[in-house]
Design a protein around this ligand. Structure first.
Ligand code: RP5
Length: 165
């Protein structure tokens, strides 16, 4: 199976990406992690993006804060799917990164998740890879079943504790 690449604009973004590492490990997906910045290391970002497909990368997760151009710049140099994670790292509460990541011009898509939404970025990456791997698809469906059971268990508890019938 192809691997996932997680790119972040700064090592200060690392805490936001921990949930993505956990999910990918949980689903046994190989992944590589880099600190590359669209603004501070533009040549490295270009080289990484151009070689992503031949390096057997199936999905790229790109996380950045502030003027977050990383995901868009990567997407402009490769047709490997790019998932953007806007990072809350400034006085603007992540809105700057959200808009910089999500507002891509037509023709160069970036699948943008919520601010700091690296868990969903990893799950989406798993879903993309699962299209060519039935076992992975089954594991994702199992994950959903467990999530559903957890929520319904909480519903029972809350219903019993707070309802006043
Ligand atoms: C962005 O600027 C990074 O992705 C990070 O979220 C933000 C701040 O970077 P540092 O100044 O902490 O390195 O490029």
């Amino acid at each position: 199976m192809k691997k996932v690449a997680i790119i972040m604009g700064s090592d200060s973004d690392l805490p936001v990406l921990e949930p993505a590492f956990d999910i990918l490990k949980q689903f046994n997906i190989s992944f590589e992690v880099h600190v590359y910045s669209a603004h501070r290391t533009p040549e490295t970002v270009l080289e990484f993006s151009r070689n992503a497909y031949s390096n057997d990368i199936g999905v790229i997760i790109a996380a950045a804060g502030k003027a977050a151009h990383l995901a868009g710049v990567i997407a402009s140099h490769t047709a490997v799917p790019v998932i953007g994670v806007p990072v809350k790292s400034s006085t603007l509460d992540g809105m700057d990164a959200l808009l910089s990541t999500v507002q891509m011009p037509g023709g160069v898509p970036v699948a943008t998740v919520a601010i700091n939404g690296s868990k969903n970025a990893a799950l989406l990456a798993c879903e993309i890879l699962s299209l060519s791997d039935e076992t992975l698809m089954e594991r994702i469906l199992e994950f959903r079943e467990i999530m559903m059971a957890d929520v319904l268990k909480k519903n029972d508890e809350v219903f019993k504790k707070y309802s006043n019938l």
